[in-house]
Write a protein that binds this ligand. Structure first.
Ligand code: AMP
Length: 286
């Protein structure tokens, strides 16, 4: 069956109602499109676990700051449709911003009800340099859950803070969806796949590669017994290209999201950095 493209919220809800008549297990893979193999890995996992798979493609305006790349974010719905078709996706749900938020909200966010996860986990790391970003993410993901009503939703470990926040509000708000984390998919050279990698020039890509290289070295040192985050931090800084503008390099307990001084099992080491104008994120769970 061809992947069905749905732009309309009511139509998506009707489709779900029909599926649910026969106890169908529905999986949702939320994306902003410009699909790559990282997204494909989530879709494949969803296909394994669910009878019906919905991929949402929506560049969500309310999670972008005024000086961010909302307008130039890569959009390639025709290519995305081909990939979804090949992977056996049942529905692409791709609403317009007006369908999702109405005319007024596009002019001003003040008209909208938001889902606001706790300050302690949204006002750090990516949230520090992107104020309001995670409220925008939590709100759109909640809306997608209410529209698609998935049994399972699939998110990449690549956006580790996002994943933690989503798991937190799903639990806090008693939502009936199970969150399935999926591992980071990398290019052959080690760079974590991202729709934003298309912004990088050849030289910038070489510079960007020092990000996964520094994470790998941290992992190696940790496995050889070094647990002091000061030492691990300094090592990473010495590996990162000097043309990289580091936003943060942090060590956090991935169960609590609290900062740690000494690395232990399930410590997240996460980096955000700008290479030229492109902001990249990457991480490892130690
Ligand atoms: P995005 O389209 O960037 O919003 O990403 C949609 C989903 O794909 C999110 O859950 C991301 O964490 C996930 N994702 C993006 N890049 C990768 C990657 N390289 N490996 C695994 N998952 C990814």
């Amino acid at each position: 069956m061809e992947t069905l493209l749905v732009n309309n919220i009511l139509q998506m809800k009707e489709i779900n109602k029909n599926w649910k008549k026969s106890d169908t297990i529905v999986g949702l893979v939320p994306t902003m499109g410009a699909l790559h193999n990282g997204h494909a890995s989530l879709i494949k996992k969803a296909k394994e676990m669910c009878n019906k798979v919905v991929v949402s493609i929506f560049v969500n305006p309310i999670q972008f700051g005024p000086n961010e790349d909302y307008d130039k974010y890569p959009r390639s719905i025709e290519k995305d449709k081909i990939l979804c078709n090949e992977l056996g996706v049942d529905v692409i749900f791709s609403p317009t911003p007006i369908e999702m938020y109405g005319e007024n909200v596009i002019l001003s966010n003040n008209e909208l009800s938001f889902v606001c996860p706790p300050y302690s986990i949204v006002d750090c790391m990516c949230g520090k340099s992107r104020p309001g970003h995670f409220d925008g993410v939590a709100t759109v993901v909640t809306k997608l859950f209410n529209i698609v009503k998935p049994d399972y939703a699939f998110f990449g470990q690549k956006d580790a803070q996002q994943l933690f926040i989503i798991k937190k509000f799903v639990k806090d708000l008693n939502m009936d969806v199970k969150i399935i984390p999926c591992p980071i998919i990398r290019d052959v050279d080690g760079l974590a796949l991202s729709s934003r990698n298309t912004y990088l020039s050849e030289n910038e890509r070489k510079i960007a590669l020092t990000i996964p290289k520094s994470l790998k070295e941290i992992k190696n040192l940790y496995l050889s017994g070094i647990i002091d985050t000061g030492i691990l931090f300094d090592t990473a800084i010495s590996i990162l290209d000097k043309n990289i503008e580091l936003d943060y390099l942090e060590f956090r307990d991935f169960n609590t999201f609290k900062k740690v001084d000494k690395v232990k099992e399930n410590t997240l080491v996460a980096i955000a950095a700008k290479v030229g104008k492109t902001r990249l994120i990457d991480n490892e769970i130690l």
